[in-house]
Design a protein around this ligand. Structure first.
Ligand SMILES: C[S@@+](CC[C@H](N)C(=O)[O-])C[C@H]1O[C@@H](n2cnc3c(N)ncnc32)[C@H](O)[C@@H]1O
Length: 340
């Protein structure tokens, strides 16, 4: 691929745009597809307002088949997706031509208006959880992907819900797939501290409280001293590290470009996907790139990006955001050079 084939933003339908990319040319794909029946992006050919979940899943499988073609043999795919509940047959999902008229509440002023959900699926009754993430995961597995992991994105500050007959939803899934049984995965780059500060808080009063076999005592001056595991944890030595776990707690927040975007994922959420899934200098793809978060993460960690989105207004947001990310990087690099 020539130099300018990377770091580009393509406005168009994901399937058609992916077909223009050469095979085996990207290291990892990180994306959040449009959720089913949730939002009308006002773009012809958009995904998410199909009449049935089966049609929606089948379109996504078609897009991800094409992602598989452009991925290197050792490549991975990370898909963030949320679930939905079955509802009555009245909404925009069944009447896409009317969906653009819906505009309400928190959606005011945002691109992508709320599509009144009317999900029906198989024997799902009204109020049943549909299980969209797992429908997609199994469909992609059946299409040849290796389904390697379900990661929980735990949100400490979820969207409030007025429900009183179930818990407030505070998680989404991130699935990791690979194209081959062996693949590039840099576990070292994303290892985490062995214990959280909370778990390590010495419990009770001074004396012999224990933590993983270590003991806490007092020295002659009344200062706490630690033995065993505690000694290592509380010392000034580098902390013990462990393999990253599969529950990632990340607060959702609007991006910092000032372009509020309802469905963005935070850079912090996908940072481990970038670091583990793509070596420095490699290429990260997002076929549903929205405001360009995946591109911003790629730039931040010295990876290249290819972004695709069908919505022209989102493409404009992503262009501004990426121009700023690249400018900041240039300033940063210049600053570093100037200090040498
Ligand atoms: C959940 S949003 C992605 C948000 C993104 N992760 C971010 O951080 O901004 C889904 C995106 O898919 C886009 N989209 C919907 N149908 C599409 C299609 N057929 N091809 C490409 N993009 C599409 C929408 O315009 C929307 O920006």
């Amino acid at each position: 691929m020539s130099g300018n084939t990377y770091n580009k933003i393509i406005c168009g339908d994901a399937l058609a745009a992916l077909k223009t990319l050469p095979p085996e040319s990207v290291n990892t794909a990180i994306t959040s597809p449009p959720y089913y029946g949730l939002r009308d992006y006002g773009a012809a050919g958009q995904i998410g307002l199909e009449k049935t979940p089966e049609q929606y899943i089948s379109r996504l499988v078609g897009v991800f088949n094409e992602v598989k073609r452009v991925l290197r043999a050792d490549g991975t795919l990370w898909v963030n997706i949320a679930d939905c509940y079955a509802g009555s047959r009245k909404g925009a999902a069944l009447y896409p031509e009317n969906a653009k008229k819906y505009k309400q509440g928190t959606n005011r002023g945002l691109i992508g208006q709320k599509a009144v959900t009317a999900v029906t699926y198989g024997e799902c009754k009204e109020k049943d959880l549909v299980g969209i993430p797992w429908l997609l995961a199994f469909a992609l597995r059946a299409a040849g992907w290796y389904l390697r992991q379900s990661i929980i994105w735990a949100k400490p500050n979820p969207m409030p819900e007025s429900v009183k007959d179930r818990c407030t939803r505070s998680h989404e899934y991130i699935f990791m797939f690979s194209k081959s049984p062996k693949y590039y995965y840099d576990a070292e780059a994303i290892k985490e501290q062995a214990l959280t500060t909370d778990a390590a808080q010495p419990r009770g009063s001074l004396g012999t409280s224990t933590l993983n076999g270590g003991r806490r005592k007092q020295d002659g001056a009344g200062n706490p001293t630690y033995t065993g595991f505690n000694a290592r944890y509380f010392s000034k030595e580098p902390p013990l590290m462990r393999n990253k776990r599969d529950v990632w707690t990340v607060a959702p927040h609007p991006d910092r470009t000032g372009d509020a975007h309802f469905a963005t994922f935070p850079v912090e959420l996908i940072t481990p996907c970038v670091l583990a899934g793509c070596p420095e200098g490699g290429v990260v793809l997002d076929p549903f790139s929205g405001s360009g978060t995946t591109g911003a993460a790629a730039v931040k960690y010295n990876r290249k990006y290819i972004l695709i989105d069908i919505s022209a207004p989102y493409i404009e947001i992503a262009k501004r955001r990426l121009a700023e990310a690249e400018r900041q990087l240039t300033v940063f690099n210049y600053g570093e050079a100037a200090n040498e």
